[in-house]
Design a protein around this ligand. Structure first.
Ligand code: RNT
Ligand code: ZN
Length: 414
């Protein structure tokens, strides 16, 4: 243990903060790493272009081109990110041995390698039906007016829930399955009600079969607008909030899915008054849902603080959702993920008692002073210690590891 860390402990203790218990608490908070940062949301279907309003920009060399490369890259990221981790998969990451398997016919067997990987790395798995990048998804999915197309996507989501339940059972670790659809309208629709009614019915059909919540939990992800769906997105916040509350499932809040000045940190305390659990897609929108690498900015800190201050770490399932192809993808992945844990650790080191007492007694100047002063406490020494205890590098040593991997592995990819 470094001298810096010991001194930091004393400084925090003087403010009533127990650094060791903060670290122990952080050890129990899982963050779900999204597999799709490694290959620009391509998956293994060779589907061609991404659509549904999703856009990955950049063409930095070294993209994972197959499952083996992607798992190798994830293994490397796991060495660079401290803390308890999960892995979030999408249905398009199925491995079908070169055989074409329709999405509504996917089975757990197609994810056998991922299950083995999760066991080997001691990761819980999360899952997502992929309702985009598919010829039947060009004009809507679960809201589609055509019954046959709607049925295809309902069957796909049902198949995904079964796979997810198997993940949960096999790993003895609850899987969260998140449904996001790109459905919406580029121009002003005349009828917004009918597609929403169809979405509600489709979701009811998907969720009709009860699954043991120890194996799988279901979430629905709302969005304000997407590219190509500027005028109306059927799966809006109101739609899914109502749906999640009435069906007792999880709501997924993605940081990039609201008006640019609207923040999800403020939604945690409200939604959890009505829902048991929520799912987060921690992302960073820049002017729009651009899925930039998560930075340790005020909103990220506010999200982490909201979770920690109210002891919501069991009820808020933290997932990451960003994709940057303009820089080394492992760097993007690790920097964003490390920031999530950093923000959580910072939140755990807040002088909760002092700030809470100041607020309760109406001493708002002291509250402001504490909130501002805590930014310059020796947090870095605690973060460094946390990385050391997790056997991951800290500071620029992270970049050194990434550069070495780039030289030895990524640069050799075509
Ligand atoms: C899209 C949603 C969705 C996707 C991933 C790939 O706007 O945020 O969560 O980013 O499922
Ligand atoms: Zn998302």
């Amino acid at each position: 243990m470094s001298e810096c860390f010991n001194r930091a402990k004393e400084i925090y203790a003087a403010l009533g903060v127990d650094v060791e218990s903060a670290i122990s608490r952080l050890n129990e908070i899982p963050v779900s790493l999204h597999c799709w940062q490694g290959d620009d949301v391509a998956g293994f279907e060779n589907a061609g272009t991404l659509d549904g309003g999703l856009a990955v920009t950049g063409n930095y060399p070294g993209r994972a081109r197959n499952a083996e490369e992607l798992r190798n890259d994830i293994s490397e990221v796991l060495k660079l990110v401290p803390g308890k981790k999960r892995l979030n998969l999408h249905a398009i990451y199925a491995e079908t041995n070169g055989k074409k398997v329709e999405r509504n016919e996917l089975e757990t067997a197609h994810f056998a390698n991922w299950l083995d990987f999760a066991k080997e790395k001691n990761l819980g798995l999360d899952f997502n039906p992929t309702c985009f990048a598919h010829p039947l998804a060009t004009n809507g999915t679960l809201t589609h007016a055509d019954e046959g197309i709607r049925k295809f996507w309902i069957e796909h989501a049902i198949a995904c829930r079964k796979i997810a339940a198997d993940f949960g059972k096999e790993l003895k670790n609850t899987c969260v399955t998140n449904i996001w659809i790109p459905d919406g309208s580029k121009d002003t629709p005349y009828d917004r009600l009918a597609p929403r009614k169809r979405l509600m019915d489709s979701l009811d059909a998907i969720l009709a079969e009860k699954i043991d919540p120890a194996y799988n939990l279901d979430a629905v992800e709302c969005k304000l607008f997407g590219i190509g769906a500027e005028s109306c997105t059927y799966g809006s916040h109101e739609f899914y909030m109502g749906y999640a509350v009435s069906r007792n499932i999880l709501l997924c809040l993605d940081a990039g899915h609201f008006h640019p000045t609207e923040v999800i940190s403020d939604k945690i305390s409200s939604t959890l008054l009505y829902l048991n659990d929520i799912l987060l897609h921690v992302s960073r929108g820049v002017r729009w849902d651009s899925d930039h690498v998560v930075c340790w900015d005020n909103e990220l800190q506010a999200i982490a603080s909201e979770i920690v201050r109210h002891g919501f770490e069991k009820r808020v399932h933290i997932g990451l959702d960003y994709f940057d192809a303009s820089i080394n993808r492992l760097a993007a992945w690790s920097i964003g993920a490390r920031n999530m844990y950093k923000a959580l650790l910072f939140a755990l080191l807040e002088p909760a008692k002092l700030i809470g007492d100041a607020e309760k007694s109406g001493d708002l100047a002291t509250r402001l002073m504490l909130l501002e002063e805590l930014r310059s406490l020796p947090f870095g020494a605690v973060w460094k210690e946390y990385c050391d205890r997790n056997n991951v590098p800290c500071g620029m040593a992270v970049m050194d590891a990434i550069k070495t991997y780039e030289r030895n592995v990524l640069a050799k990819r075509g």
